[in-house]
Design a binder for this molecule. Structure first.
Ligand code: FAD
Length: 454
């Protein structure tokens, strides 16, 4: 009889694991996926661009439907929520559209993702307050936008808040963003964060930083009408939450499985959570190892979820794949400003025990004399004694953000700034200056550090 793999969660991590294992083992593996929503393999990352109007329809954000997965031999059960794990018996109890069902398994993958953190303040359950975590959330927000609201407050100035601010301002709404940090994008050092705030204000977004939301005022129908903060009250027609996420691990923790950093599941590099009882986990519900700091961290991003799911799928098929950790690379944009980061910022480098030197340069996205040359700023953080690159951050116009990948590869390979400065990056005037901005930043660090450059 075929062994049975049961996957809880049918998005990036869960479906990557399911598809990879099924493709490798075919009929030798029965694969059942439980997904509480209607969709599988969808892109939450695309929601801000769907709301902005760049992506025409919900269907465009679904990479593979439940029907397509079924055609590949995967038994996808949508509308089915796993409620209880019995690890010793190898069983999962689930709420299905028609009642309760128990699913036995030989191997279990937990890929339950993350859940949004809502502000724990009075009025937080009011109508007119929207999350953007799921396609259903996006749908509800788009329906509300059909009612022609004039004012929106975005709570949270991280990357989701910033992306939603762009979406709303481009739709013609009076848009206010409130965030607790002194500058938007807390994962970017505040000197570059100031540039982001300035740009957002220039784009017509009212950015209010260092502000904490203390409640929501509602009307007689319990619809939000104002956001109350420690710096005054902001009237609004609707609210969008970008207040971060936490690992959705209630199911796993309820079965006695361990939790680690920020409540995420501490898997090993093969994705195993409990080797004795054949429990694997991947995606936004697990922690990862940061290759620069050496610390376990919680960084819930689709880029990791897909790879971790693939690793688990390969290992379920008898392979020995490893998820090698992360360096903290991320990018986003607000209107025409691109924002990217990798590795450690200055403070994180200090906290991790390094002796950091931070160097910043201004450059152009392509050769300065080209008509489409645009400005960009690059900041690098370097460990003084070892001269090793520790991190990089970029803000700039079109063509700036993707440069972060060169820095990410340098971090991955523990390169010094001396080495990075001399790498063979491409040059032609329409694409880069003769010293690419990556190398200009490395060179500036080298000259601040002084010898040796042999
Ligand atoms: C607005 C937005 C923009 C983003 N932009 C980016 C980006 O630009 N780049 C990037 O790398 N990442 C981005 N992300 C993050 C990315 O979407 C996630 O990291 C990725 O979706 C994680 O995949 P996952 O499979 O681990 O979890 P999820 O996508 O959360 O999937 C988990 C699935 O499990 C299901 N589930 C949970 N509990 C149960 C249960 N008990 N029973 C059955 N089913 C259950 C859920 O319904 C869900 O479908 C963005 C996220 C959002 C919300």
């Amino acid at each position: 009889m075929a062994r049975r793999l049961l996957v809880v969660g049918g998005d990036a991590a869960g479906m990557s694991a399911a598809s990879t294992a099924k493709r490798a083992l075919g009929d030798a593996l029965e694969v059942v996926v439980l997904e509480r929503q209607r969709w599988t393999s969808y892109s939450a990352c695309g929601i801000p661009y769907w709301v902005a109007g760049d992506v025409p329809a919900l269907d465009d954000l679904v990479a593979r439907t439940p029907e397509q997965h079924r055609a590949n031999g995967i038994d996808v059960r949508t509308g089915t929520t796993a409620t209880e794990l019995d690890l010793d018996a190898g069983k999962v109890v689930a709420r299905t559209p028609s009642g309760t069902e128990t699913f036995g398994y030989d191997e279990l993958v937990i890929a339950t993702g993350a859940e949004p953190v809502s502000p724990d303040v009075p009025g937080a359950d009011a109508r007119g307050i929207y999350g953007v975590q799921t396609l259903a959330d996006g749908q509800r927000l788009l329906e509300a936008l059909q009612q022609d609201p004039q004012h929106v407050v975005i709570v949270g100035a991280g990357y989701i808040g910033v992306e939603m601010a762009e979406a709303c301002v481009r739709r013609g709404l009076e848009t206010v963003v409130v965030g607790t940090h002194p500058t938007p994008m807390p994962t970017i050092d505040s000197d570059l964060g100031e540039q982001i705030a300035a740009e957002m204000r220039e784009d017509g977004i009212d950015v209010r930083t260092g502000v904490t939301v203390t409640g929501f005022e509602t009307d007689a129908d319990n619809h939000v009408r104002a956001v109350v903060t420690d710096h005054g009250t902001i009237e609004t027609d609707l609210v969008v939450l970008g207040t971060g996420v936490r690992a959705r691990t209630e199911l796993a923790a309820g079965a006695g499985l361990p939790t680690g950093v920020k409540g995420a599941l501490p898997v090993d590099d093969r994705g195993l959570l409990d080797a004795d009882r054949n429990v694997w986990a991947a995606g936004d519900c697990v922690e990862s190892r940061h290759r620069v700091s050496g610390h376990q961290v919680y960084v819930p991003l689709g880029t990791h979820a897909n790879k971790q799911g693939w690793v688990v799928g390969r290992n379920l098929a008898g392979g020995d794949a490893r998820f090698p950790g992360i360096v903290g690379t991320a990018m986003t944009k607000v209107v025409t400003l691109e924002i990217a980061r990798t590795g450690l910022g200055e403070q994180h480098a200090l906290d991790a025990g390094f002796d950091p030197l931070a160097v910043q340069i201004d450059a152009t996205t392509v050769a300065g004399y080209m008509p489409h040359a645009r400005s960009m700023t690059v900041k690098v953080v370097v460990d003084r004694p070892s001269r090793r690159l520790l991190g990089a951050q970029i803000v700039g116009r079109e063509g700036a953000a993707l440069r972060i990948d060169s820095f990410a590869l340098a971090l991955w390979n523990e390169m010094t700034v001396d080495e990075l400065m001399m790498t063979d990056l491409g040059y032609a005037p329409p694409f880069a200056s003769v010293w690419d901005p990556v190398q200009q930043a490395a060179r500036a660090a080298v000259s601040r550090l002084g010898p040796p450059l042999r």
